[in-house]
Design a protein around this ligand. Structure first.
Ligand code: ZN
Length: 430
C-alpha cells in the first residue's frame, strides 16, 4: 500500500454548499491499495492506521481528484487555434477537413496518443470525447485509453446530411456501427460508450430515430451532442425541423434527453428548455473558452442553478483554446463576471471533479478521493515559477491557490497525474 502525503482537497459528496462541504486536509494522507483509494484524511491519522504503508512525501504540493473534461473532440487536437470563424463556418473550414483525415486508421491511432498525452499533462483523467464518423477513430481512442486504464467516454460521430460526403453515414450504418462499438467497448474495462449525433443540423430525423432506439435499448450508455450554441445554428435547426417546439425538443422527440445525456454549450436556451433539462436529469457541458473563442455567447449559470440542471465544465478543444481545466475555469469566471454573477473558485473546482462525476452518475468511481473510488488523482505544484511563488503563499488556502492557478497556471502546475494507482505523467523539472 502507498501513502501519499500532501495538502489534499476534494468534495466527498454531491452538494451546492461548496464552502462547507469541501474536505481539506492541509497535512493530508491518501492511502492507495493497487488501483483503489483506501483511505483519506489527516496524514497523522492515516499513518497511524497503516504503519506498513510506503510513504511518498509531496509536502508543499496539493493532491486533488483527477479532473473531468465533459466535452471535447480528439480529432480536433490538430485544428486548435485557427483565426476568425463562428460556429458554422468553423465546422466547414476547419473541422470537416481535419476529420476527413481519420479515414486513415493509422492517423487516428497517432492523434489518439497525442490527445491522451495532452490530457495527462494537464491533469485530466477522464474525457467525454467526440471521435469522427469513422468507426476506427473510436477504436483507436478506446484502445489507447485502455492501455493506461483510463476512464474514457467516447462515441462515433453520426452525420447523414449537411456535411461533406466523405463524412456521411446513414441511419442504418449509424445504428449498426454504434451498436457494434457499444458491444465491443461499453463497460469493458473503464471504457464507456456515448451515442454521438454531432448536432441536429447534421442528422436527418431517420438518423435521430435510429439513435433513439439504441438509447432505449442501452439505458446506461451516454448520449452526447451539441445544443443551442449559436443563434444562426438555432435558426437553422428551426428551418430543418419545423414541427419541433425548439431545439431541445428535436432531441426529446427521439428519446435523446435523459440522464447521462450531455449537451455541449446550451447558451441560448428558453425557460421551457431549462426546465426540461432540469426535469430530465441531463447535463449541460459549459465550455467557456470555446464560447468566447467562437463568439457564441455567455453561459447562464444562474438559470442552470435555478432549474437544478447538472452542469459540468469542459474545454471543447479544438474550438476551445486549452486542454487545461484550471484555465477553463478562469474563463468561466470571466464569462460569469460579464454576467455580473461570478462563479466561485470552489464551485468551479466542483464542476470539474465531483459535480461532473455526479452529473454523469460516475461518482462511485471518479471525481473524488473517497475510499472505494479508483485512484485517479493529480499532484499540483502551485508555486512553479517566479510569479506564482510571489503570488501564492506557501500556506495559501485552497480556494485562493486554485483561483490564482486558474489565471496564472497551465500544465506547468501539474506535477504528476496518476490513473488507476499508476503514475502516467510526471513533469520534467529543469
Ligand atoms: Zn463541441
Amino acid at each position: 500500500m502507498q501513502l501519499f502525503r500532501a495538502s489534499i482537497a476534494h468534495f466527498p459528496k454531491q452538494t451546492t454548499q461548496f464552502d462547507s462541504d469541501i474536505a481539506i486536509f492541509k497535512d493530508g494522507g491518501l492511502l492507495v491499495d493497487n488501483k483503489e483509494i483506501k483511505d483519506v484524511g489527516a496524514f497523522k491519522d492515516i499513518a497511524e492506521r497503516y504503519p506498513a504503508a510506503t510513504v511518498t512525501d509531496f509536502s508543499g504540493k496539493w493532491i486533488l481528484p483527477g479532473l473531468i473534461d465533459s466535452h471535447l473532440h480528439y480529432p480536433q487536437t490538430q485544428s486548435i487555434a485557427h483565426y476568425g470563424e463562428q460556429l458554422l463556418s468553423w465546422l466547414e473550414n476547419y473541422t470537416f477537413p481535419t476529420e476527413m483525415q481519420f479515414a486513415d486508421s493509422e492517423h487516428g491511432e497517432t492523434i489518439a496518443k497525442v490527445f491522451l498525452n495532452q490530457l495527462l499533462k494537464n491533469g485530466t483523467t477522464t474525457g467525454f470525447v467526440f471521435t469522427t464518423v469513422h468507426k476506427s477513430s473510436s477504436q483507436a481512442l478506446f484502445s489507447a485509453a485502455s492501455e493506461i486504464d483510463m476512464a474514457i467516454v467516447a462515441g462515433k460521430v453520426c452525420m447523414d446530411r449537411n456535411c461533406p460526403s466523405a463524412l456521411n453515414d446513414c441511419p442504418d450504418t449509424a445504428q449498426t456501427d454504434s451498436a457494434q462499438l457499444i458491444e465491443t467497448w461499453h463497460n469493458k474495462g473503464r471504457n464507456r460508450y456515448a451515442l454521438t449525433p454531432r448536432f441536429a443540423p447534421t442528422s436527418t430525423e431517420a438518423q435521430l430515430a435510429a439513435l433513439g432506439e439504441l438509447a432505449k435499448q442501452y439505458p446506461d450508455v451516454f448520449i452526447q451532442t451539441h445544443l443551442s450554441e449559436n443563434l444562426d445554428e438555432i435558426a437553422w435547426v428551426k428551418s430543418l425541423f419545423p414541427k419541433a417546439d425548439g431545439y431541445l425538443d428535436v432531441y426529446d422527440t427521439y428519446n435523446l434527453v435523459r440522464e447521462r445525456a450531455v449537451f455541449g454549450h446550451g447558451i441560448h436556451l428558453t425557460p421551457n428548455e431549462w426546465a426540461r433539462l432540469g426535469d430530465s436529469g441531463a447535463t449541460v457541458a459549459f465550455c467557456p473558452t470555446s464560447n468566447l473563442f467562437l463568439g457564441s455567447g455567455l453561459f447562464d449559470m444562474t438559470a442552470a442553478r435555478a432549474n437544478k440542471v447538472h452542469v459540468a465544465m469542459a474545454t471543447d478543444v479544438g474550438a476551445g483554446t486549452t486542454f487545461n481545466m484550471f484555465k477553463t475555469y478562469g474563463d468561466a469566471y470571466k464569462v460569469s463576471q460579464l454576467r455580473n454573477e461570478p462563479i466561485s473558485p470552489l464551485e468551479g473546482f466542483y464542476l470539474m471533479t465531483q459535480g461532473a462525476a455526479v452529473a454523469h452518475a460516475l461518482d462511485h468511481e471518479i471525481g473524488n478521493l473517497n475510499p472505494g473510488s479508483t485512484a485517479d488523482f493529480i499532484v499540483v505544484e502551485p508555486r512553479f515559477d517566479e510569479l506564482t511563488r510571489l503570488r501564492i503563499k506557501e500556506d495559501a488556502d485552497f480556494d485562493d491557490m486554485f483561483f490564482a492557478l486558474s489565471i496564472l497556471g497551465d500544465d506547468r502546475a501539474i506535477d504528476q497525474t496518476w490513473i488507476s494507482g499508476t503514475c502516467r505523467y510526471k513533469k520534467e523539472h529543469n
